[in-house]
Design a protein around this ligand. Structure first.
Ligand code: UDP
Ligand code: MG
Length: 140
């Protein structure tokens, strides 16, 4: 059975470019309920921990400095089939390949500065949500 929660971040480029409100509006219009939300800036150390799974990839250093370069919104979202429906809503990692109408097609700048994060599995959604939120901070 697929789970009903996923984790997202509105990334620094999208916040800096004033897209935060529109992205959250697109997310809620698509039927996702916000069950936790925080506005914060990651340290380089925290960004490195969050993306540790990508440590060996060539873009890791750039990703860590970009993700700690400015404020983000971190949120936990609820909907049936949350992980897979949210990946469809945001579109491909590379915004030039993202379907028209997806959040990355509308708001992303590049494959690195691609506006939003979305968990890729139920297991990672749980791990990523608990990186930012305790259960007590989520609307149950
Ligand atoms: N990324 C990058 N260059 C690449 C691939 C990915 O800078 O060639 C960044 C981008 O910000 C991406 C993140 O690393 O969102 C994580 O990569 P992943 O392959 O997990 O893509 P996602 O799951 O975010 O679509
Ligand atoms: Mg990923």
């Amino acid at each position: 059975m697929s789970g009903n929660r996923t984790f997202t971040m509105v990334k620094p480029d999208a916040v800096a470019n004033g897209h935060m409100g529109n992205i959250i509006a697109d997310i809620t219009a698509a039927g996702f309920k916000v069950v936790g939300m925080k506005y914060l800036q990651l340290s380089a150390e925290q960004a490195g921990q969050f993306y540790a799974v990508h440590k060996e990839r060539p873009f890791y250093g750039e990703l860590v400095s970009y993700m700690s370069s400015g404020p983000i919104v971190a949120a936990v979202l609820e909907k049936a089939n949350a992980v897979s429906d949210f990946r469809t809503l945001i579109g491909a990692t590379d915004p030039s390949k993202a379907e028209p109408g997806t959040i990355r097609a509308k708001y992303a700048q590049s494959i690195a500065a691609n506006a939003v994060h979305g968990s890729d599995s139920d297991e990672n959604a749980g791990i990523e949500a608990s990186f930012f939120f305790s259960n007590l901070e989520l609307v149950l």
